[in-house]
Design a protein around this ligand. Structure first.
Ligand code: PEP
Ligand code: MG
Length: 877
């Protein structure tokens, strides 16, 4: 294979092979932009290096050939003593991994060529500074020497001269540092710093390849879900210098504001500096507009290039550039990252400008971004006092009193107070405290830490890894930068979207996007207009319908405002929480006979009223009512606490408590989620499902009489065998026939066996709805109530999966079962209606998967309905 591509040979579509940086350098070169000449060594060479443990055969020769042509273009030879060519050796993977891998600058310098460089530039100081930078970077990245040794030596020299800035050092100082650095190298590695420029180049290339597997790079990839086997490309580029005096400099630029999408001149510039200095923040940059005064010529050229790039890439670009003595050079460009709000605005702006069409605009925004825009956030106004910034682990805005233990969190929350749970890190023991708190703040741990994972799962605001905070849980306080102290009870505000932590209460404002969906929005707002345009386009394009999971008329009404086209899951057991729980308890205690019938008779009118309310809210659209699926442990008192209560009461225990205890003992299950639930309960307690079907039929009749258009669908949960379904269906049909009501009867597919026997099950079902919560639980054997807090953080760290399978559908396992069920179900019944109602129905990636396997609709919580609409549209374009 060909391992090396000159910049003139590549293009922007070769990111797999050349990495993002290499592909875009080639693209800019071919656009005729001023890119320093160079070449790219492919990711394929890297993969070979990593698997074989050495550079692939032939690569050395190819590098020689391309180097020779580079030397010819430049009119200089690498590291030649009189007038040396110097090169940078830079990593560049397909996906940007900022700062995670290595770069070596000034390759080609040694004791001879340093003089040649000084002669050419006429700048002795610069030449020696460049040389010491080479030894420092090379020593650290290629030879693995502790970087602090070099830093200390540099500090010593500065200290000796009484200066704090590199600018206070002269050529002699840097020459002295070169000697010191060489001694450090010899001392640490047992060999001298390699003087041969070719050796330097080869070793630097190998080091960049090797840095693909550096610990921080591995960690970063896991967090960002970048595949581990891509490898990095290496770019070898002729050096240009931004640190050759005040007519030189380096900067970054954006073609639009990445925060808002506004067009304009955005960026920073630093005179007499190299890119690394900007990143290290040693001196303050100036706004890019100042370049107009500093170097008008270069400024004009840069603005021209920015507009060329934006028109060419048809998107926001970010750019790194260097000016060497008045000559502008482009060092990098790429399609830039942006905030969710900017993403929506830019997509619509570009469509308005005719650079892209609406399909492409839709493809450029994501459901994740829309979800971000729907969280409440802190208002702009008011003096806020920032304490620190941690990681934005789970979005939202939360305000409350700081508490330092789960017990306190629960205690204060029980009194109706808002609290923020603050701790170094959380453990599964903190679950109750996290539930009680409005938000969670930790000083340790990244985006896959326990706190982050659990908070995201609960939809709770979380800032994690705020390392500047010193949390003293015993002393119930934390201290932050600048001596800020926060004790238990002091109010703090945390922003899970930005990671910011504020002292005191910051006012929270509702999302303008949610207000718009709710029909109360300010349609003059540019962001709202952009969202509106893209939602309309998505609705026009999507094939799948979007329904909501809702159990009350209020939820149903809101879901409808958010665009739901029906209800895909009405969980009837949710109608028995609160005061009505007693009635279910009665039913369970009753046993067969008159007592049971009495309990059922008490429930029926309540159910009918519930259904009628929902039919009214969803008039004219399908409402899928799932017959009761109560995990019994959620409806009966806890065995231990009831035992204790009865034991303590002794002879005074009430007959009901005794009876209840006996029942709880009798019904106690080791694995309640795998026990007497769903259709099993319906078959074990005759009359229960029948009561519900009668209530549905009666509600339909009532709504019709009132002039409504109720459309009921009856769904049987937890079916694993067609025989289960047949029993329930036959009974339901009899009842419907008696009342003259028509309703489709279908089943959930949530037991693996149901998916595998879908061909038979479809004989008795008019529709399937995938219950992917249970299907995931039973396919993986993961208890859905326990495992996320228990060990998912560890699994994520180990890369066993990049995201919880309860959050995003596991396509390879659960998805395969769904695919089988779709095919075999439709083979039996051509017009079988297919939907999904597990949590995945509102997850962007999962929605697109559902489209691909041919589902007719997705159903999700009301708040997720817009996300699902957008993604169902994106799945098509
Ligand atoms: C499911 O299992 O995916 C489902 C929707 O049902 P529930 O969450 O109520 O078990
Ligand atoms: Mg289920």
């Amino acid at each position: 294979p060909k391992y090396v591509y000159d910049f003139t040979e590549g293009n922007k579509d070769l990111k797999d092979l050349l990495g993002g940086k290499g592909a875009n350098l080639a693209e800019m070169t071919n656009l005729g932009l001023p890119v320093p000449p160079g070449f790219t060594i492919t990711t394929e060479a890297c993969r070979s290096y990593l698997s074989e443990g050495g550079l692939p055969a032939g690569l050395g020769d190819e590098i020689d050939t391309h180097l020779a042509s580079l030397e010819k273009t430049m009119g200089r030879r690498l590291g030649a003593p009189d007038d040396p060519l110097l090169v940078s050796v830079r990593s560049g993977a397909k996906f940007s991994m900022p700062g995670m891998m290595e770069t070596v600058l000034n390759v080609g310098l040694n004791d001879d060529s340093v003089h040649g460089l000084a002669k050419r530039s006429g700048d002795e100081r610069h030449a020696w500074d460049s040389y010491r930078r080479l030894i420092q970077m090379f020593g650290r990245t290629v030879l693995g020497i502790d970087g602090a040794l070099f830093e200390c030596a540099l500090e010593d020299v500065k200290h000796g001269k009484g200066v704090t800035d590199d600018l206070g050092l002269d050529a002699g100082d840097f020459q002295h540092l070169v000697d010191t650095y060489k001694e450090i190298t010899l001392d640490r590695t047992g060999s001298a710093f390699p003087a041969d420029p070719r050796d330097q180049l080869r070793m630097a290339v190998e080091a960049v390849f090797g840095s693909w597997n550096a610990e921080r790079a591995v960690l970063y990839r896991r967090q960002e879900r970048i595949p581990a086997d891509l490898g990095t490309a290496v770019n070898v580029v002729a050096m240009v210098f931004g640190n050759l005096g005040m007519e030189s400099g380096t900067g970054v630029a954006f073609t639009r504001d990445p925060g808002t999408g506004q067009q304009g001149v955005y960026g920073d510039y630093l005179q007499n500096a190299q890119g690394e200095d900007v990143v290290a923040g040693i001196r303050n940059t100036v706004p890019l507009e100042r370049l107009r005064d500093i170097d008008p010529e270069s400024y004009r050229e840069l603005l021209g290039i920015m507009s060329t790039l934006e028109n060419h890439y048809r998107d926001l670009c970010d750019i790194e550039f260097t000016i060497e003595r008045g000559k502008l050079w482009m060092l990098q460009t790429r399609v830039g990252k942006r905030t969710p709000a900017a993403a929506f605005r830019i997509a619509v702006q570009l469509a308005d400008q005719g650079l892209i069409d609406m399909d492409e605009a839709l493809a450029r925004v994501t459901g994740e971004q829309l979800a971000q825009l729907m969280f409440p956030r802190f208002g702009e106004s008011g003096g806020r006092r920032l304490i620190t910034k941690g990681m934005n682990a789970s979005p939202g805005a939360a305000v409350g009193k700081a508490v330092f233990s789960s017990a306190r969190a629960e205690e204060l929350a029980a009194r109706g107070e808002d609290v923020i749970l603050v701790s170094r890190e959380t453990t599964p023991d903190d679950l109750s405290g996290m539930i009680a708190a409005r938000g969670v703040l930790t000083s340790r741990g990244g985006k896959t830490s326990h706190a982050a994972v659990v908070a995201r799962g609960m939809g709770k605001t979380c800032v994690c890894g705020a390392e500047q905070l010193d949390v003293d849980a015993e002393g119930r306080r934390f201290t932050g930068p600048g001596g800020v102290e926060v004790a238990e009870g002091d109010v703090i505000s945390i922003d899970g979207g930005t990671g910011e932590v504020f002292l005191g209460e910051v006012p929270v404002v509702a999302s303008p996007v949610v207000e718009y969906f709710d029909g109360r929005g300010d349609t003059g707002d540019e962001l709202v207009r952009a969202v509106d345009r893209l939602m309309r386009h998505a609705d026009g394009r999507r094939r799948m319908a979007v329904r909501a999971n809702a159990d009350t008329p209020e939820d149903a009404a809101r879901a409808r405002r958010f665009g739901a086209q029906g209800i895909g899951l009405c969980r009837t057991e949710h109608m028995f929480l609160g005061e009505r729980r007693q009635l279910v308890e009665d039913l369970i205690l009753a046993g067969p006979g008159a007592a049971r019938q009495k309990a059922l008779d008490a429930l029926e009118p309540l159910q009918k009223a519930d259904f009628a309310g929902i039919f009214e809210a969803m008039d004219g659209t399908p409402v899928t009512i799932r017959l009761i699926d109560p995990p019994l442990h959620e409806f009966l008192p806890d065995l231990t606490s009831l035992s204790v209560k009865v034991a303590l009461a002794g002879d005074d225990a009430t007959p009901r408590d005794r009876e209840l205890l006996a029942a709880v003992r009798r019904l106690h299950e080791q694995n309640p989620m795998l026990g007497l639930r769903g259709v099993r309960l319906g078959l074990a307690v005759p009359g229960l499902f029948a009561m519900q079907v009668r209530a549905i039929a009666a509600a339909v009749v009532e709504r019709r009489a009132a002039g409504g258009d109720p459309r009921a669908e009856i769904m049987i949960p937890l079916v694993g065998a067609v025989q289960e379904l047949e029993h329930v269906r036959d009974e339901a049909r009899r009842i419907l026939a008696e009342t003259g009501v028509e309703a489709m009867i279908g089943t959930m597919i949530e037991v693996p066996r149901a998916a595998l026997t879908a061909g038979q099950i479809a004989e008795a079902a008019e529709f399937f709805s995938f219950g992917t919560n249970d299907l995931t639980q039973m396919t993986w054997g993961f208890s859905r109530d326990d495992v996320e807090a228990a060990f998912f953080a560890r699994y994520l760290d180990l890369g066993i999966f990049g995201v919880s399978p309860f959050e995003t559908l596991d396509r390879a396992g659960v998805g395969r079962l769904m695919d089988i069920a779709v095919h075999e179900g439709r083979a039996t019944r051509g017009d079988l209606k297919l939907g999904i109602c597990g949590e995945h129905g509102g997850d962007p990636e999962s929605v697109r998967f559902c489209h691909r396997i041919g589902l007719d609709y997705v159903s999700c919580s009301p708040f997720r309905v817009p996300v699902a609409r957008l993604e169902a549209g994106r799945a098509v374009v």
